[in-house]
Design a protein around this ligand. Structure first.
Ligand code: HAM
Length: 429
């Protein structure tokens, strides 16, 4: 060893699609988590969690869903086939099935799992993301859909984004009714849902070949495209010739969303199908109004998943709301600084002789519940204010020998530069 820097050393980067969170990014992540947790608590959802490593068997499903192709898998030293979860819903179903006899239903649970998907990288898509999950298990009425949607909008509200987002909803049950009406047998529906979810990502010719590959003939594939031209729920009812339970459920959802104060924030959109195989009823996706970004959140009703993981049949509704797209929207709308946490107060001092006085001041404010960023070394006023003035804190106190002699502090508001003098022996705490 010569002690010289090794010019050939390798610089490591995070693996492609994975993120590091330096304090700046962490602040943004925490602001998003705070809104999620705050909204979930306001709506009475209980938090749960599970390990990021799952059995591959739980996640593997038949049916050609993209998500199954994207699973990160590995084998442990005992030869078990394991995976990093790509989503939380199968783990939730597994946990509920394990205690189905003991839990009280309907239950409202939330979690913020980190999920991993080997995605083709694009805007809004990473290979790892945090995803707020809100689920209501054991409630068949659309009150459950309305509740999870209202809670998601509450979180958007806390981020200052609610006016910028609209949820588009439809129903796989309605689509099934329409397909049956047009002579498409039920066994072709599942493949049709997955093909239709690709709309917008691939062209219609490709969707058509996917439909044909799923077993449909050309006439039926044409009928599917006719269904997609339906603009309103009334048009769908007209085509069906009756108000089927699937159509009635969508009407009720619209009324309940109005009651939640979300009139104008949600609209029927026959084109929303979702790419996960387990949805059986109402499905929804939320987008920014300008449609600049990918889906902010998505979800729906899944009536068979509990059974599929060994539980008893039970209906469920839920949504997943990722941190990546909403983070992009927050930046785009300039909302980040407003929702990020800042220290209430920064305390600095000129010379070591004022260190103890400064510590006493910081301690008093901390005892009163304030968040105080205390300097750990003496510094010049210019250096202190230069550092903390850049959005680091709301207020600042800089203590010099004169302040200690007078027993006073000057509390400076860093937003409007106003100053208040306080006696050191009459501080809060
Ligand atoms: P999903 O639509 O696959 O649904 O994902 C939900 C949300 O997670 C998306 O709208 C997006 O915000 C975010 N997301 C998904 N993949 C990525 C990615 N690669 N990079 C960044 N963000 C991503 C589900 O996962 C369902 N399990 C949701 C659910 C819960 N349904 C019922 N309960």
């Amino acid at each position: 060893m010569t002690g010289e820097p090794d010019t050939h050393s390798t610089r490591f980067e995070p693996p492609r699609g994975m993120r590091d969170f330096y304090p700046g990014e962490m602040e943004k992540r925490n602001a998003i988590f705070d809104a999620w947790i705050g909204a979930a608590r306001q709506f009475g959802f209980a938090q749960y969690d599970a390990c990021v490593v799952e059995s591959l068997d739980l996640l593997r499903r038949k049916g050609g869903e993209e998500i199954v192709e994207q699973i990160y898998t590995f084998t442990d030293k005992s030869g078990r086939e394991l995976a990093l979860r790509p989503e939380m819903t199968p783990s939730l179903a597994r946990m509920i099935a394990a205690r189905q006899g003991a839990l009280a239903f309907p239950l409202k649970w939330f979690a913020i799992p980190q999920c991993f998907r080997y995605e083709r990288m694009s805007r809004g898509r990473k290979r790892e993301h945090f995803q707020w999950n809100l689920d209501i298990v054991g409630e068949p009425s659309v009150a459950a859909e309305a509740e999870v949607l209202a809670c998601a909008f509450r979180a958007l509200d806390l981020m200052g984004l609610a006016p910028d987002v609209r949820v588009h909803y439809s129903s796989r049950a309605l689509l099934s009714d329409l397909m049956l009406k047009l002579g498409i047998p039920r066994q072709e529906h599942a493949a049709a849902f997955l093909a239709l979810d690709k709309r917008g990502k691939v062209d219609d010719a490709e969707i058509s070949s996917l439909l044909l590959a799923g077993g449909m003939d050309a006439a039926r594939a044409g009928a599917v495209f006719d269904i997609l031209k339906i603009a309103t729920l009334d048009d769908a009812v007209r085509l069906l010739g009756e108000r089927t339970p699937s159509a009635q459920a969508l009407e009720s959802l619209s009324s309940l969303l109005d009651a939640h104060g979300l009139a104008g924030r949600a609209r029927f959109d026959i084109g929303v199908v979702r790419g996960l195989g387990y949805y059986t009823g109402i499905v929804f996706e939320a987008f920014d109004l300008d449609r600049k970004f990918r889906a902010i959140f998505g979800g729906g009703r899944y009536d068979r998943l509990l059974q599929d993981v060994g539980g008893s049949a039970m209906t469920a509704v839920g949504l997943g709301f990722g941190d990546v797209v909403v983070g992009e929207l927050l930046e785009d709308k300039g909302r980040l600084s407003a929702i990020s946490r800042r220290a209430d107060l920064a305390v600095g001092y000129m010379e070591d002789a004022q260190q103890e006085a400064a510590i006493r001041v910081a301690s008093a404010f901390r005892r009163s519940g304030q968040c105080v960023d205390m300097s750990v070394r003496s510094e010049k006023a210019k250096a202190f204010f230069g550092r903390v003035g850049k959005g680091g804190a709301r207020q600042a106190v800089y203590i010099g020998p004169d302040d200690v002699a007078k027993g006073e502090i000057r509390l400076k508001n860093l937003d409007d530069r106003s100053e208040h003098i306080r006696k050191m022996d009459a501080l809060p705490g």
